[in-house]
Design a binder for this molecule. Sequence first.
Ligand code: HEM
Length: 521
Amino acid sequence: MAFGINIPGDLKLPEKTATIAALSISGIAAALTFKRLLDAKRRLPLPPGPPGLPIVGNVFDIPEEDFWWKYKEWGDQYGTDVIYLNILGADVVVINTLAACRELLEKRSAIYSSRPELPMMNDLIGFDWDFGFIPYGDEWKERRKVFAQAFGPKEVEQLRPKLMKAVRRLLIQLLDEPENFREHIRLLSGAFILDISYGLEVESHDDVFITQAERGMAAMAAAGTGISYVVDLMPSLKVLPSWFPGVHFKKDAAAWRPHVLAMAREPLKYVEDRLRSGEARSCLAAKLLQELDEDDEKYPEKRKVIHDVLASIYAAGADTTVSSVATFFLAMAQNPNIQAKAQAVVDEALADQGRLPDFTEHKQLPYIEAVVREILRWRPVAPVGVPHALTEDDVYNGYRIPAGATVLSNCYAIAHDPEIYGPNTHLFDPARFMNPEQTEIRQGAPMGYETFGYGRRICPGLVSAVETVWLVVISVLSAFDIKMEGKVGEGFGKYSKWDVDPPTPIHSEDCSTVERGGGAR
Ligand code: HEM
């Protein structure tokens, strides 16, 4: 019933008529007030932003590189923490401050937690199994719940032996082929995820499951999240046939789709086969599948949830972890003094122990904790987060934010905000998290976790990701010196115009590991 009002059945007819009339009048009045509020809301201005051109809007205003600084600069120029951009008619809102992220993405998360439509990524390439890309709603909630149960702090603790194994193998590979450190990091991340998800024992880069997953990830990187393909800006184009002139996106999608579907389908089938033959190794897939009843009429849907959640772990966790670990190598190569200080801390903790670091040292070494926080802060993996989408019209600071707007959080600008992280945020300096004596993490120090996003869609793999970075950091520091090698490149580590004292720009490929106490290998 409209407005949810029940009329008692024992009322007499005139009373009923009067009651109905009264209710109708108050209903109409409420509807009019609501409409007036809505109209007033719609008359409010959009947040300020660069003026843009007709039809294309701000497409040509956005620089290809370091666009997060441009977003911040516009915010400062217009005196607002939320700016508006029009991208070929689509509403895009960028949040430049932590306070505004908290207000909008956290406090108002009920309406800021969807995702924009991603026709290329989801419908055409086939990533609709990745719950990180699907809209807010029941399907997302169900998957997120299963994920959260598998990655709570206690569950992550149980994954530690598998993580230790992966990191120890990384050390051996660094010893054998330090110049291929990037490949080794990729294998560390992918192999650990395939082990915990499906119990797969991946030993080398040529492993069939790794190859399959990496092909899928290459498709994801090429598709981008939103504006790499014209179909993302004009979803209606997806109905065009692939022979239609200029419809490259369909050909690309057709080439990638089989890999993207296989990376989710094949490892799960492998576990199912192993369960039937009684040979399944302990892993999330085995645990979740064993909880299902094949006679349950909802079995196919429940199996699909497991399929989606497990594959999302690789899709969301592999490249992001690789990127953070690569930042560690870069930061150490650029900052030998910090590396030496961190190594001294590790050496002292392990003196006379005759072993490599393990979780005994976890949370015992504040400076290493600060190094990890600084890695995550200094070069956020997703500089403007993963786009959120607003599901209802909203008003912020007198500005209208329209329903359907894509909402970006400028994590990079926030992670470099001197009011949160102190001076010289362009520099890699773990000391910013420490107390003046440099003995403990300073009380009230921020976590440095802007890189994990905000609100209901915040990275649910955070605890596992931080533990992985931590174990790599402490293990590599205990065994190797990381030094720059050969020519000094350009581009990676490029500093922004805000930087006063830029670090030497280098490519992360130019780093090399040197066995501690030994010569360059
Ligand atoms: C340092 C490594 C990582 C970084 C920087 C990172 C960052 C992020 C970010 C920025 C988001 C989007 C948050 C938002 O929308 O506000 C996200 C989502 C997600 N991450 Fe991570 N992540 C990392 C590692 C991982 C790992 C290891 C896993 C799995 C174990 C994981 C699983 C996920 C999932 C499933 C989502 C989608 C959540 C949703 O849409 O509800 N991430 N991550």
